[in-house]
Unconditional design. Structure first.
Length: 202
């Protein structure tokens, strides 16, 4: 099974790219979705998060309020590292488990979509790293439209992540998402033919 690690900073189009890759024939494992499951109410990770960050991170029903948690950790390196130490190992373990299951079922291509793929040190899970990229101003505009965050809030989140230069240095493939979905789709289709189809045929 050929495994692609799909990553990129906030607002660079990872989710849309994973949809396109799914349409091309890949099975997609979304780390963010696993993260949601990881700290559902009553789980071990949920208890650790409440112990570390307090009950103010919870919604009325007891689930973790991701926005409140984000406000606590973005811009606070120590808090962010603590959050990652609680959540990342559990997400990795579940992603690896799903990869094994897909492989056993004969899946040809799998994609792990994860914003923090490189920061978390998951390179060994993938055969290639595909990195989404877009200029910061484009990202700021997208996040403002999508999430309602102002430019300062968005830049704070960007600054808490690995720099784009660092990501690109680790990339086997770079997808420029700055010119819209149609252009991004053409790039992904071309890389799919070059890196996946050609690989299967040789």
């Amino acid at each position: 099974m050929f495994v692609i690690g799909l990553t990129g900073g906030i607002g660079t189009g990872k989710s849309k790219a994973s949809e396109i890759l799914r349409d091309l024939g890949a099975e997609v494992i979304a780390a963010d979705a696993i993260g949601h499951e990881t700290y559902l109410h009553g789980t071990e990770a949920w208890r650790e998060l409440v112990r570390e960050f307090g009950g103010e991170i919870l919604e009325t029903g007891g689930e973790v309020d991701r926005d409140k948690l984000g406000q606590l950790v973005f811009g606070n390196k120590q808090a962010l590292e603590k959050l990652n130490s609680i959540v990342h190992p559990r997400i990795r373990s579940e992603a690896a488990k799903r990869l094994r299951t897909l492989s056993e079922c004969g899946t040809a291509v799998a994609v792990i979509e994860a914003a923090l793929f490189l920061e978390a040190g998951w390179e060994d899970l993938a055969d290639e790293i595909w990195v989404m990229a877009a200029p910061e101003e484009t990202v700021v505009q997208r996040i403002g439209s999508r999430d309602g965050l102002d430019a300062c809030q968005t830049r704070l989140r960007i600054s808490s992540q690995m720099t784009e230069e660092e990501r690109l240095a680790s990339a086997d493939v770079i997808i420029d998402s700055s010119h819209g979905i149609a252009q991004m789709s053409l790039q992904l289709q071309a890389f799919w033919r070059e890196r996946v189809i050609n690989r299967q045929e040789t």
